[in-house]
Design a protein around this ligand. Structure first.
Ligand SMILES: Cc1cc2nc3c(=O)[nH]c(=O)nc-3n(C[C@H](O)[C@H](O)[C@H](O)COP(=O)(O)OP(=O)(O)OC[C@H]3O[C@@H](n4cnc5c(N)ncnc54)[C@H](O)[C@@H]3O)c2cc1C
Length: 295
């Protein structure tokens, strides 16, 4: 594939030839990936990979689709954990009753992702591996204490979400590995949570985003922030809120968020100082909202 040029002088959108595979089992996908020696790309929803290929930022020799591999999507209960398949689409995260009950932060975040088309194609696994620093699920997965399950031909390993993101669009996934599942501990009854984001235009990526969980009893909590550096950052706010979620406590949360956003960088959406300032605002907002929900 890669460009059947019907008219002379026309250039293909994706200028490089590549092989396309649509394996029907996970083992087949893993063996194709292993044989490629690192020169293949998996495709899930294609919402980020295809633009990357069109722009010439990714030029794999082969593209391996996960869309015909059974068992990689859906949300299941596994004791105290929700096991969410990597191929679960944003629309499912937004509407699934188990997510609404046990991990509502994911549903709140999913409703912001792109537009209707993107939400019906794009996947949880695709977002996490693409690892855009302002993607909606990154701080959510940190705040929820999610674990990322990776499978290769050699076996399975699990990485804590807080250790998964290494740099801008760089994760700890290795050549030959497929992200197969995201394991999210169910929030205990009486917890409060909130996800909020700053964006200029609906359907665009966030500029800064924040997810908070406040545990039952309101003595313990955490906030994760995205868009304020190459990777999401997490703050344990328990010490600040232990004596109540007062204005003083929120000021301390705000100071901690400002410090945690020290690696914020400027881009078209604003300079580093602006993003650090927004880290203050959004950390306070999500902690206040999560605490108001918690019992
Ligand atoms: C117009 C538009 C607006 C958007 N707005 C937002 C937004 O507001 N917020 C947001 O968070 N995102 C946004 N996105 C990105 C969207 O969420 C994508 O769905 C996501 O980034 C990639 O998911 P995908 O399933 O399409 O992955 P793909 O594009 O298919 O893949 C992305 C990368 O992940 C790898 N990959 C995919 N699945 C796996 C797997 N299971 N194991 C290992 N590697 C894998 C691929 O090889 C590739 O490198 C937007 C995208 C578009 C086009």
């Amino acid at each position: 594939m890669g460009g059947d040029l019907r008219r002379p002088g026309r250039k293909p959108m994706i200028s490089r030839e590549y092989e396309f595979h649509a394996p029907k089992t996970l083992n087949e996908a893993l063996s194709l990936l292993e044989k490629s020696g690192g020169n293949a790309k998996l495709i899930a929803g294609g919402m980020s990979l295809v633009p990357m290929m069109t722009l010439g930022l990714a030029h794999p020799d082969a593209v391996i689709s996960l869309n015909k591999v059974p068992g990689l999507d859906g949300v299941k209960e596994d004791g105290g954990v929700l096991a969410i398949g990597a191929m679960t689409r944003h629309h499912v995260l937004k509407t699934n009753p188990l997510i609404a009950q046990h991990a509502p932060l994911l549903a709140e975040a999913a409703k912001y992702v792109g537009d209707v088309q993107v939400r019906h194609r794009g996947t949880l696994g695709g977002v996490l591996v693409h690892a855009d620093p302002a993607a909606d699920y990154l701080p959510v997965c940190l705040a929820l204490g999610a674990q990322i399950k990776l499978q290769s031909a050699k076996g399975v390993r699990t990485v804590e979400a807080r250790d998964f993101f290494k740099d801008i669009m760089t994760t700890s996934i290795e050549d030959g590995e497929i992200l197969v599942e995201v394991r999210v501990p169910k929030l205990p009854a009486g917890s409060g949570s909130s996800y909020q984001r700053l964006h200029r235009v609906e359907g665009n990526y966030a500029i800064v985003n924040a997810a908070a969980v406040v545990e039952p009893g309101k003595k313990k909590g955490r906030v994760a922030l995205g868009g304020v550096g190459p990777t999401p950052v997490m703050i344990d706010v328990s010490a600040h809120i232990a004596s109540g979620v007062s204005d003083d406590a929120l000021r301390r949360v705000s100071d901690a968020a400002f410090a945690a956003a020290e690696n914020a960088y400027g881009d078209l959406n604003g300079d580093a100082k602006y993003k650090q300032a927004m880290a203050r605002v959004y950390a306070q907002r999500v902690v206040r909202a999560a605490a108001a929900q918690a019992q």
